[in-house]
Design a protein around this ligand. Structure first.
Ligand code: S3P
Length: 460
């Protein structure tokens, strides 16, 4: 299933259809690959520190490898020492150079948006390109604030990739209120602000994942975070800090763990433990939802790892109730709605998800992809402008009828979610392309099959 990583926008991905059939039960104790958000940031912040940064547990998925290649092209060194063990030799804030070739971002929105901030804060000119999915995604959300900081953009209509970015000189400090809660946009502004002489201030309407703030503080940056009336936050970064190179130990990705945990919850007789999972409260909304659905989840061995909370999580199969998650919880589980939809399809009762317009601009239009996928698996679903209504089929041995072929639309999380659905389906579920899974969860199929799942290559 692994594809060769090309550094240019000339690859022709070969589809790898996969079939998932109902499994007797899942059992075991496993670790998932490192957190994607933290892995990208560890490489980028390593580039901005003068000296050597050691990273362990780095996610070696395609998206993060795009970031590694980009930081090499911007003047840093990134070397793999062993599995998940990396060393980055940084150039310090202000030390980036213009790349000789395009920065090819593949499927990775996090690489594109955060690196746009990094490049925008330097006297650098770089051209960014992505695959068909990334080239469709909106970049206006970073162009707007970064332009105010003095960055120039020449992109395709409506600010899409491919796009050439000319960094600001000097970088103007700004105060910016995010119109949409987005950790990528917040981080892009803060990354540009690192090379500004003044204070950069970002106000977010709802708290979003704060790995950027935690990691920059760990490296010596001055960052203050203030809670505002309602649930917003104001983040103030003092420009031009001296970032200390150090070490990062990346925890397991809670977004990846969610697939295994839901798989165990919906496959009768299962018991699965995922160890070393990141438990940052701004990422943990999926666990709150599953607990509210009546899931048997236990959290043990809670500890701190480089400022990030970590735990082992055990899931035991059992009946689930429908859920209507509060819309304000969305930023803390924005990537988990596809797999939550599978849990909801197996639960007793009708679930309603609202406040999710952002899902339309992820790796695919996820509301449309989930809705079409559930419908083709025989689950009652209604697509709303900003959400979904899912008719749960709980109380049966294999609650999902299955038997369909799901269009994954170049979206890794749609592919994994429907392979999880196949475990609880009467007839197998086929996904038309599992190749994208490698962007975030290399080894997914092998890990799942090691627990007892039946996921095999298929013909479509
Ligand atoms: C991410 C933030 C989220 C998330 C993405 C990773 C990050 O995107 O969906 O997978 O690492 O900052 P948005 O900031 O666009 O919501």
């Amino acid at each position: 299933m692994a594809r060769a990583l090309s550094s240019r926008n000339d690859e022709k991905p070969v589809a790898s259809p996969l079939r998932s059939s109902h499994a007797p039960l899942l059992s075991g104790r496993v670790q998932v690959p490192g957190d994607k958000s933290i892995s990208h940031r560890a490489l980028m912040f390593g580039l901005l520190a003068a000296g050597e940064t050691c990273i362990s547990g780095l996610l070696e998925g395609e998206d993060v490898m795009r970031t590694a290649e980009a930081i090499r092209r911007l003047g840093g060194e990134a070397a793999r020492i062993g599995a998940g063990e990396w060393r980055v030799r940084g150039v310090g804030i202000g030390g980036l150079r213009s790349p000789e070739d395009i920065l090819y971002m593949g499927n990775s929105g996090t690489s594109a948006r955060l690196l746009a901030g990094l490049v925008g804060g330097h006297r650098v000119v770089a051209t960014f390109a992505g695959d068909a999915s990334l080239n469709r995604r909106p970049m206006a959300r970073i162009v707007e604030p970064l332009s105010r900081m003095g960055v120039q953009f020449a992109g395709r209509d409506g600010h899409r990739l491919p796009m050439t970015i000319t960094g600001a000189d000097p970088v103007m400090p700004i105060e910016y209120q995010l119109p949409v809660a987005s950790a990528q946009t917040k981080s892009a502004i803060l990354l540009a602000g690192l090379n500004s002489r003044g204070d950069t201030i970002v106000i977010e309407p709802e708290p979003t994942r704060d790995h950027t703030e935690i990691m920059l503080r760990h490296m010596g940056a001055e960052i203050q975070v203030e809670s505002l009336a309602g649930s917003g936050r104001r983040i103030r970064l003092k420009g031009q800090p001296e970032l200390r190179p150090g070490s990062f130990q990346v925890p397991g990705d809670p977004s990846s763990a969610a697939f295994l945990l839901v798989a165990a919850l919906i496959t009768p007789g299962s018991r699965v433990t995922v160890t070393d999972v990141g438990m940052n409260s701004l990422r943990a909304g999926i666990f709150d939802c599953l607990l509210e659905m009546g899931a048997d989840l236990t959290f043990s061995n809670r500890r701190d790892q480089g400022g990030e909370p970590v735990a082992d999580i055990t899931a035991i199969a059992g009946p689930l109730r429908a859920i209507s998650p509060p819309p304000e919880r969305a930023p803390s589980m924005i990537d988990e709605y596809p797999v939550l939809a599978i849990a909801a399809a197996c639960a007793e009762g009708r679930s309603t998800f609202r406040g999710l317009a952002e899902l339309r601009v992820k790796e695919s239009d996820r509301l449309a992809a989930i809705s079409a996928g559930l419908a083709c698996c025989g689950v009652g679903v209604q697509e709303l402008a900003d959400g979904l209504i899912i008719e749960g089929r709980g109380g049966q041995v294999h609650p999902i009828p299955g038997g369909g072929t799901v269009a994954t639309r170049m979206d890794h999380r749609i592919a994994m979610s429907f392979l999880v659905a196949g475990l609880a389906a009467e007839r197998p579920v086929i996904v038309d392309d599992g190749a994208m899974i490698d962007t975030s969860f290399p080894g997914f199929r092998i890990l799942m099959n090691g627990l007892g799942a039946l996921i095999e290559p298929a013909e479509v």
